[in-house]
Design a protein. Sequence first.
Length: 234
Amino acid sequence: MLYVMSDLHGEYEKYRKMLELIRFSEADGLFVLGDVVDRGAQPVEILLDMMARPNVYPIMGNHDAFAFYMMQKLAVTITQENAGTHLATEDMQDLIGWLQDGGSSTMAGFQKLSQEQRADVLQYLEEMPYYETVDVGERTYILVHAGLANFRPDRKLSSYLPEELLLGRHDPDERYFSDPDVWVIAGHTLTQMISGKPEIYRGDQIFMIDCGACQPGGRLGCLCLDTFEEFYVE
């Protein structure tokens, strides 16, 4: 079976419970549509678990991208020679903004790692794609963190800028493709903002799956692409 979930935001226990709930095995596949890190207590633990599973496929989210940028800075050893230049004023402002937006748990977890583990985590984040396409049955699914901003029917996926895929809000009730077998699956936008409920939202050829795992009253949602069965962890 092939599954998708998104916006784990450091909720390691919910992530592990979801794997148990869906009885995830080596025969299955799981796409995680970004925002693995920040906000929740154990984002780095999720990354390490994902890294150890060859059948878990990450897609970059905006929080992952910014955490990668900041952790690259933090991974450099500060010496007398670079102390005054390594972190410029803008970097310090970025660091403060990141911490205020939930990055403190990611930074704390990253700092506990060995140098080798830090390098592995940075490589894993750097190699995250911005989107993937998969075929299940007769349908083609475009898997992306936020959506396809500035969409045009004739526009190639490879032409989208990172910020369009990481931050653009996808209109869940607008038909983007004339082919009824092409569907988009995205996170980023809380389904509570769409339907008022922490559950997967099915729009016009799109599934929105960020059910607010790290939000009060939210849940971690997971969708099976083979059966359309929905799974939830409180």
